[in-house]
Design a protein around this ligand. Structure first.
Ligand code: SF4
Length: 407
């Protein structure tokens, strides 16, 4: 085997996705969280999608009236899906709440709905597009609602890495797994190359599925979920390496790549990497009986310092079903933690991070955007439709179907 070192020698300038750079723009104090008219919110220095001026000034009450009117007129032709991380002022209009995969399944099981409005982020709306019927049209209210983690695995970089890995390892020995939080193109790359999609709950089964088919796994795009999952299924830390898209051969020698069992893409979630083992220590000092539950997108140190970890749905279920009087420190997105605290007044529930940082991309779905896209439908115009090309759709669907088989 000869390695094309000219190509493998590519070194790129390290660059953070804009969504990651913008993340802290929304960190605020708890009393600043309730939605303001969009005009006030867009003063935060990040990218917002342009919207007709009239929507900028509408108060919460005016938006509420418009939204109810539009919903009534559109009836069953529309369903609104709300991800758990959406703010209160948006999720209250959702017909279904859930995590990204659950919501896509909901959408696919409502064939009478012509329009699916996904209050979440771009990769979620793409997944809904892939799983829904061709006659259904999927809309993302604010097109700038991306995901910094998904943006850390751009198609070109992943294709380059895949070529390098195949060159070093030979074809067929490595199986790609991508977390749901990735673009449709990355899901398609997995589908095309014998790989699979996973959720945070199905990641261990996806790893086992992959190791039945190959000697190694390339896990995209979240290194932390990949590492935490590898450890859960008994893979040594030494057998996992992190692939940097900015370094030649990901920053490794061919020998090191060959000795690895898991190759972790160098991506992370801007929200979940804020939670630390020190915050857990502080919570335990303040509340000696506290239980700590975190999302597996948190770092290995945080997950290991917690009492348990699990997906958004697991966190919800655990706290909702916990004994009255129990105390919970939670390492996940603040909108969900606040909702859990509100819905469980007989328990102590709080966020591990004392600084309130909502997911900055989820937060871009302001009720004014929801109103804009619904008004568009009333006027016969589909605003912000999410489309996926046929080839990408086909292979991404293959990888998603494999996920269903291993669940
Ligand atoms: S919480 Fe993290 S992974 Fe989820 S949408 Fe926001 S940035 Fe992406």
């Amino acid at each position: 085997m000869t390695i094309d070192f000219k190509k493998a020698g590519r070194v790129k300038e390290p660059a953070l996705p804009i969504t990651e750079i913008e993340h802290s723009a929304f960190c605020k104090s708890e009393d600043e969280l309730p939605a303001k008219p969009l005009l006030d919110e867009i003063k935060v220095n990040i990218r917002w999608q342009k919207i007709p001026v009239k929507y900028l000034h509408l108060t919460a009450e005016e938006l509420d009236q418009r939204l109810h009117h539009a919903r009534e007129k559109l009836g069953k032709r529309v369903i609104i899906l709300g991800h758990h991380y959406q703010r209160e002022e948006v999720i209250k209009y959702a017909d279904f709440q859930g995590d990204s995969y659950l919501l896509s399944q909901q959408a696919a099981s409502q064939p009478e709905a012509e329009y699916i409005i996904f209050c979440g982020v771009h990769f979620m709306a793409e997944t809904a597009r892939i799983l829904c019927s061709p006659h259904q049209r999927v809309i993302l209210p604010n097109i700038t609602a991306g995901c910094s983690m998904a943006d850390m695995a751009p198609t070109g970089d992943v294709l380059d890495a895949w070529d390098d890995l195949e060159e070093v390892l030979g074809g067929g020995s490595i199986v790609p797994i991508t977390y749901m939080n990735s673009t449709a193109e990355i899901k398609a790359l997995c589908g095309r190359n014998g790989g699979i999609v996973c959720t945070s709950s199905s990641a261990p089964s996806a790893f086992e599925w992959a190791f039945e088919r190959g000697e190694r796994v390339l896990f995209l795009p979240d290194q932390h979920l990949g590492r935490n999952t590898g450890l859960k299924i008994g893979i040594d830390l030494d057998d996992m390496i992190v692939w940097s898209p900015f370094k030649r051969l990901g920053g490794h020698t061919p020998e090191r790549i060959k000795s690895a069992k898991v190759i972790l893409w160098q991506g992370h979630c801007s929200v979940h990497t804020r939670f630390t083992a020190r915050q857990i220590e502080a919570a335990r000092q303040r509340y000696p009986d506290i239980k700590v539950i975190v999302h597996p997108e948190c770092t290995m140190e945080t997950v290991q310092a917690a009492d348990m970890d699990g997906s958004t749905e697991v966190i919800r279920k655990t706290i909702n079903e916990a004994a009255p009087g129990s105390q919970w420190a939670v390492g996940t997105e603040i909108s969900l933690v606040n909702r859990l605290a509100k819905n469980n007044p007989d328990k102590v529930v709080f966020c591990l991070d004392p600084i309130v940082c909502p997911c900055s991309t989820m937060y871009r779905i302001h009720p004014a955007y929801l109103s804009w896209v619904l008004d568009g439908l009333l006027a016969g115009e589909v605003v912000n439709e999410i489309k996926v090309d046929g080839e990408t759709m086909k292979y991404a669907h293959t990888a998603l179907e494999r996920m269903l088989q291993v669940k």
